[in-house]
Design a protein around this ligand. Structure first.
Ligand code: HPA
Length: 272
């Protein structure tokens, strides 16, 4: 079965199971998984029921789409992101985004936990992604081009659409939500970076570093979706402070800023 056939089969299955036609999709990283609980008239469909879907291995739950309404808008939340470091090729981990595009979704909101590379950031800083550096060593668009979605050589010079970011920044300021803006660099993980890597990434122009988001953003851009990305700086990156990095700090900081992060996502949905 070709990748295109897998996508079409999954999209047709979902369109047959739900009547809601979401225009906005959200892939929410560490700490915001419960955002789906805030949807009205929610319908949850586990990935295990959808043909050809990848299964997340690290999150402790199997992954699901939750379809519903948020402030009157039809949306879908993807719970349980699959990361590249879990071992599947990028073409497979981004399949849910392709399926959402095939279902008619027009905008994708991506959030993640990230390490702060920019010295002015602090744990808890929320950063609107204005651009990215793909340092993962892989690309989900490698392989036969999916002509139904987009061109062989897509332009990504305005991937995180500037005009949308301007509106988000204005509304976030009105809502008293402090919001930085910067460049996200993706590493494959699963190890945190070395201090030498972080120094190099700062020289390259990175403000934050993490292990997700870039594959989904590239596939969404190729499919013509508007993309909005937000990083929650959960810790300063390796070597910035004389402390060791650990997943517990990431989870702790994400939990601390949870409410503000959730309000920011609400603001983003108003703009889209
Ligand atoms: N590096 C990479 N990924 C991360 C980090 C980090 O410091 N913090 C949270 N996700």
């Amino acid at each position: 079965m070709t990748l295109q056939d897998k996508i079409t089969a999954a999209a047709e299955y979902l369109l047959g199971r739900i009547s809601l036609r979401p225009t906005i999709a959200l892939v929410l990283g560490s700490g915001l998984g419960d955002y789906a609980d805030t949807l009205e008239d929610a319908v949850k469909i586990p990935y295990s029921e959808i043909p050809n879907f990848p299964r997340p291995t690290v999150e402790g739950h199997a992954g699901a789409f939750v379809f519903g309404k948020k402030a009157g808008k039809p949306v879908v939340v993807a719970q349980g992101r699959v990361h590249y470091y879990e071992g599947l090729p990028m073409q497979e981990i981004t399949l849910p985004v392709r399926v959402l595009a095939a279902m008619g979704v027009q905008a994708l909101v991506l959030t993640n936990a990230a390490g702060g590379v920019n010295f002015s950031y602090k744990p808890g800083t929320l950063m609107l992604i204005c651009d990215h550096i793909n340092f993962s060593g892989a690309n989900p668009l490698i392989g036969p081009n999916l002509e139904k979605f987009g061109p062989r050589f897509p332009d990504v010079s305005d991937l995180y659409t500037a005009s949308i970011r301007e509106k988000i920044k204005t509304k976030a300021a009105q809502a008293n939500i402090p919001l930085a803006e910067g460049v996200y660099l993706m590493c494959s993980g699963p190890n945190y970076e070395t201090p030498a890597e972080i120094r190099a990434f700062r020289t390259l122009g990175a403000d934050a570093v993490g292990m997700s988001t870039v594959p989904e953003a590239l596939v969404a851009a190729h499919s013509g979706l508007a993309v909005v990305g937000v990083s929650c700086i959960t810790n300063m990156a390796a070597g910035v402070l004389p402390v060791k990095l650990n997943h517990a700090e990431v989870v702790e900081t994400a939990a601390r800023v949870h409410d503000e992060f959730q309000r920011l996502v609400d603001v983003i949905l108003q703009v889209l």
